[in-house]
Design a protein around this ligand. Structure first.
Ligand SMILES: Nc1nc2c(ncn2[C@@H]2O[C@H](COP(=O)(O)OP(=O)(O)O)[C@@H](O)[C@H]2O)c(=O)[nH]1
Ligand SMILES: [Mg+2]
Length: 382
């Protein structure tokens, strides 16, 4: 048995005062999934994808979909990246911040889009080595844990060509770890995950040669899709196209042709979220209806239990008639109506019997009384 802690001294001690009690850790916040997250490893094509997405939505805002960076600094950084792409230059390697928040308005509903741009080693640390001791890794994990929708950017090149195990592990193992974490954390079972295969302007031919997107996914990304379950969709994406040879020997980006599957993954996520809300609303409505229905049934039963009087039966029938039409066919209602009717008939039959017995008794009493009176009268006259 553990020895109890010593009692505190009752008189002030002259010894050094005890160290202050450490403050209690803050109460854990309720787990809220409140943001759509964009995530990918280094060189996956995040910066280009985001720049093109921002460019599309900022320069051609739709009535039903707009995107706006929360801070002016982030907006300027995103517009600079767009400007680079428009003038045929690849944008700088990073957005300049670990994450950037944007407001999305989709059919008048406001959503938060968080673009994660943590250095590659932070991604590897958090999702491949499973270390969350550094502030950066913890903050990256925190964003993923609060995601209500996720856009995962994956460069198919790594799967197709890379012989470097570290690079492949970031995509295979790291991305699977991201998906696994989303699915196993509270509320993550149905988070829509858009798997965006970037730079498909370059890789399309190779993927087709392999047998198409389905074959590519089942051969190279099966761990990710298997872990994602049913709430995912894959999008082959070309954020930009290459036009002329740049001075570096690589192609230069051009925004002349429309992008492929840049906005679509986002729309798919937002629509999935809307339909989940609609479904949960329908489920909540039907639960509320069934609760109120059960309450009504209980109320009617209570009424009958109070005594089968005509007034109670009529009230019970009225309450049942007031139920919405959809409940009228419910067998429980019919059974209850039959029960009330049978109880009412029974009650009427009993009261008829009681009346007959009463009248019979009354008549007998009267006859006896009259006979007595007649007898007394006759006796008196004698
Ligand atoms: N052809 C082509 N190349 C791309 C595309 N997106 C990115 N790239 C190339 O991939 C490199 C890395 O992209 P970036 O967006 O900076 O990757 P990040 O590290 O994930 O932010 C770019 O410098 C381009 O060379 C694309 O849509 N098409
Ligand atoms: Mg970048």
């Amino acid at each position: 048995m553990a020895t109890p802690p010593p009692l505190p001294p009752t008189v002030p001690s002259l010894e050094a005062p005890p160290p202050p009690t450490p403050a209690l850790p803050p109460a854990p916040e309720p787990f809220v999934r409140d943001r759509v997250v964009v995530l990918g490893r280094t060189q996956a094509g995040k910066t280009v994808y985001i720049a093109r997405l921002y460019h599309e939505l900022w320069t051609k805002p739709q009535d039903w979909l707009t995107m706006r960076a929360i801070s002016g600094v982030a907006h300027t950084a995103l517009m600079t990246m767009c400007g680079d792409l428009a003038s045929g230059r690849w944008p700088g390697a990073t957005i300049g911040q670990r994450y950037v928040d944007c407001d999305l308005k989709f059919h008048s509903k406001l959503h938060r889009l968080t673009i994660l741009d943590y250095p590659g080693e932070v991604f590897t640390k958090a999702f491949v080595r499973g270390e969350s001791d550094s502030e950066d890794a913890a903050s990256l994990l925190d964003h993923v844990d609060h995601a209500k929708g996720v856009i995962l950017l994956i460069d198919p090149k790594n799967a197709l060509e890379s012989r470097d195990h570290t690079t492949r592990a970031d995509d295979d193992f790291g991305m699977t770890a991201v998906v696994d974490r989303i699915r196993t954390y509270p509320g993550g079972e149905a988070v829509p995950i858009a798997i965006v295969l970037t730079k498909c302007d370059l890789h399309e031919a190779k993927i087709l040669e392999l047998g198409g997107l389905k074959v590519f996914i089942s051969e190279y990304l099966h761990w990710i899709t298997r872990t994602a379950g049913s709430h995912y969709k894959t999008f082959p994406c070309a954020a930009v196209r290459l036009t002329r040879e740049s001075r570096t020997g690589n192609g230069a980006p051009s925004l002349v042709k429309s992008p492929i599957n840049v906005i679509e993954p986002l729309i798919w996520i937002l629509e999935s979220l809307d339909s989940q809300i609609a479904k949960s609303q329908i489920a909540a409505d039907s639960q509320a209806k069934s609760q109120s229905f059960n309450q009504t049934l209980a109320e009617v039963r209570d009424l009958i239990a109070q005594g089968v009087t005509n007034a109670n039966c009529e009230r019970a029938i009225r309450i049942l008639a007031d139920l919405t039409v959809e409940h009228h066919g419910d067998p429980r209602i019919q059974a209850l109506r039959n029960e009330i009717e049978a109880a009412r008939l029974d009650h009427e039959e009993h009261s008829e019997k009681r009346k007959t017995v009463f009248y019979l008794g009354f008549t007998v009493a009267m006859v006896v009384l009259l006979a007595g009176l007649v007898f007394a009268l006759v006796h008196f006259l004698k």
